[in-house]
Design a protein around this ligand. Sequence first.
Ligand SMILES: *Cc1c(COP(=O)(O)O)cnc(C)c1O
Length: 374
Amino acid sequence: MQFVDLLAQHRSIQVSLDAAIAHVVEHSSFIRGPHVEAFEQGFAQMMGAKHCISCGNGTDALYIAMRALGLEAGDEVITTAHSWIATSETITQAGGQVVFCDTEPNCFCLDPLQIESKITPRTRGIIAVHLYGQPADMSAIMALAKAYDLWVIEDAAQAHLAAMDGQLVGRFGDVATFSFYPGKNLGAMGDAGCLVTDRQDVADFARLFARHGGKNNHQIEGINSRMDGLQAAVLNVKMPHLEGWTRAREALAQRYDSMLAELPQVITPTVRSGCRHVYHLYVIRVPQRDALQAYLAELYIPTVINYPQALPFYPAYARLGHKPVDFPVAFQHAQEILSLPMHPFLSQQDQERVVEGIRAFYAQPVSIAFEEGS
Ligand SMILES: *Cc1c(COP(=O)(O)O)cnc(C)c1O
């Protein structure tokens, strides 16, 4: 059993993938070119957005977005304490100050009730992350942004096709960023990313900036962040399958939910009302998490901790001097979370093995379970 089975996915579309890759090779369209243009059009259309600007990866997309929004030295950006570090490191790279905010007790996303107390005269924007595929509370976040005249970036790296109140995530903020890292819900065969926006000024700047400030006539100094033709060709083959793969994830999540409901120790994911959670990751909360993970590993059941610590507590942010009491929810979740195998090709038998493994762990005599956990 694999945590994410990319080979199974690729075998299911092998003929189309081979043809697309051969086309790139025959035409030497390695950097940008027709496949990249088709990708930008296709993704913008899928999103119902005016502009899609492809780039090298999801981290660059965040950086480019902040540069396009005109972030200046010392500007503060509020973001979640619970994410992948790309979300916060790019704030620093763009010249800003990272201001972490705690997360919701049940949904793992930026807690809108905590945001207001973090706003200062230097605050310019908010980066909301649709973590694990669950939409952040965009109606509350957009209301705050409007009241305080802040921009909003949606980090949708884990949330392709997730939606809130019938609207796709990535359509709420000023800009949304996506990653196509191979294991993401829509994944390339290497690094790739993009930004989506309706704002002409942001799109124009992002296009220039990501491509050396313009070809031949360099209007600004930029960076080199391009999607390559092979990645675009792969993404174009996969894009039409994304809805079906997402439904497969939803069905698997429902099965996990119902099977795990019998285990009182396990807290299954909460789905915010009115939301489509696309289960990039299926994350449970459990007592004795580390002992459970080790027990499952002995049964060859792979699990992952996304992520071992909340962002403010990594050495990278020691300079901010944060303590667990500053972000009690994110701190607590980091001790409890466990991501179970989840991908569209996961079999029911494998799912049953995962749940059986968890059941067996908690069925051990308390003394044994306690020793392993201590
Ligand atoms: C994957 C990811 C990114 C970064 O994407 P890359 O393509 O790996 O650079 C950013 N934010 C979140 C939440 C992610 O999961």
